[in-house]
Design a protein around this ligand. Structure first.
Ligand SMILES: Cc1cc2nc3c(=O)[nH]c(=O)nc-3n(C[C@H](O)[C@H](O)[C@H](O)COP(=O)(O)O)c2cc1C
Length: 167
């Protein structure tokens, strides 16, 4: 079995642009949990499934793998600051944030470019992460320009990329 150099793997994956999301849930005690995640992807159309992957070391991990529902907020290009807030481990990330109860009463961002409310469908093992498979129950799309993470920096789509993608 060949082993890949971890630094090379990390550098290679950093070069792959990803969306930036904040995934939230509320546990049975009513505590809000959330983390910044770029490991978000569409998975299936029928049934409508998405996936997102919290690290097993994240303080929110236990809350997400036992959640009934979670909400994926896909960030708009002017939401870098809150991406940074929810990328810090622990503490009260929600205090002073623009999060309000949205779909299923879960914390959401009214100005997100999209939101997907999900029921937890399955939890799979993904090495040092868990793979949360969510069954999408409702979607909201504002269509605002999305925030992109590329080479460890927040950026936004370059002019013309939307046209190129839709043609
Ligand atoms: C752009 C970006 C994307 C991230 N994507 C993920 C991810 O997909 N999965 C993950 O576990 N952590 C990801 N992180 C790191 C978490 O947001 C970070 O570890 C967070 O502090 C975890 O919160 P907690 O420990 O308070 O639960 C990302 C961070 C950034 C800045």
């Amino acid at each position: 079995m060949t082993t890949v150099d971890p630094a090379e793997f990390t550098r290679t994956m950093a070069h792959v642009p990803t969306p930036v999301t904040i995934v939230t849930t509320v546990d049975v005690a009513g505590r809000r949990w959330g983390f910044t995640a770029s490991s978000f992807s569409s998975l299936s159309l029928d049934p409508p499934l998405i996936l997102v992957c919290p690290a097993k070391t994240a303080s929110c991990h236990g809350a997400f793998v036992s959640a009934r529902r979670f909400l994926v907020n896909v960030l708009a290009s002017d939401q870098r600051e809150i991406a940074g807030t929810f990328a810090r481990s622990g503490g009260d990330k929600f205090g002073g944030s623009p999060m309000v109860p949205c779909e299923s009463g879960l914390p959401g961002l009214p100005a997100a470019t999209a939101r997907l409310a999900c029921a937890l469908h399955e939890v799979l093992d993904g090495g040092d992460h868990s793979i949360l498979v969510g069954r999408v129950e409702s979607v909201f799309l504002s269509g605002a320009e999305p925030l992109i993470y590329h080479n460890r920096r927040f950026t936004q789509p370059t002019a013309g990329s939307a046209l190129a993608a839709s043609s």
